[in-house]
Design a binder for this molecule. Structure first.
Ligand code: PNS
Length: 165
């Protein structure tokens, strides 16, 4: 039987409850969801690839049809290699839209077999971003509402006392 495979790409620097919500919803829609930690060349990361993967693994450990992977290549190629027909992205506000729209078109050009599907964020996560989490944690604030409980301490330990750019 044909299984639907979706990839859910992102920087996940670090993963937040907003990401987990999108991943959970994707897991209900597709047989297999591959959460892939990737590289956005425009970003400088606070967490290493290994750390980002390990935080995503810990945050999604209780979900069944989820796999976690890392790739430093092109998303369109990655989707092709995995036989994925869908790329899942979460959209918060209109400000996300222009960039995401551009990426969706570029990915379609590079891999005509793949469709980008946008899920709207849950209203309570509208404001949430990894950079906000990093800023709060690095200044000693409580990120308990913003990241999954399993990884809260790891993030705080790792970032507290470090300056955020
Ligand atoms: O969480 P982010 O930073 O918004 O995720 C962006 C990411 C990593 C998914 C994007 O930069 C990406 O797809 N990187 C892989 C390289 C690639 O395929 N770039 C071309 C996209 S048009």
């Amino acid at each position: 039987m044909h299984k639907s495979i979706a990839v859910c790409p992102g920087s996940f620097d670090p993963i937040t409850v907003g990401h987990v919500d999108i991943i959970k919803r994707a897991a209900k829609m597709f047989d297999r969801v591959i959460v892939v930690v990737m590289v956005n060349p425009k970003k400088t990361y606070s967490f290493t690839p290994e750390e980002r993967v390990s935080l995503v693994r810990a945050a999604t450990a209780d979900l069944e049809n989820i796999e976690v992977d890392y790739s430093d290549g092109l998303l369109a190629e990655y989707a092709r290699e995995k036989g994925a027909s869908v790329i899942i992205k979460g959209l918060r506000a209109m400000s996300d839209f222009e960039y995401e729209f551009q990426m969706a078109l570029a990915n379609k050009k590079l891999n005509s077999e793949v469709e980008t599907v946008f899920l709207t964020t849950a209203a309570e996560n509208m404001y949430l971003s990894s950079s906000m989490v990093k800023q709060i944690a690095s200044m000693g604030g409580d990120v308990g509402d913003f990241v999954p409980e399993q990884i809260r301490q790891d993030i705080t330990k790792r970032l507290y006392g470090k300056d955020e750019k």
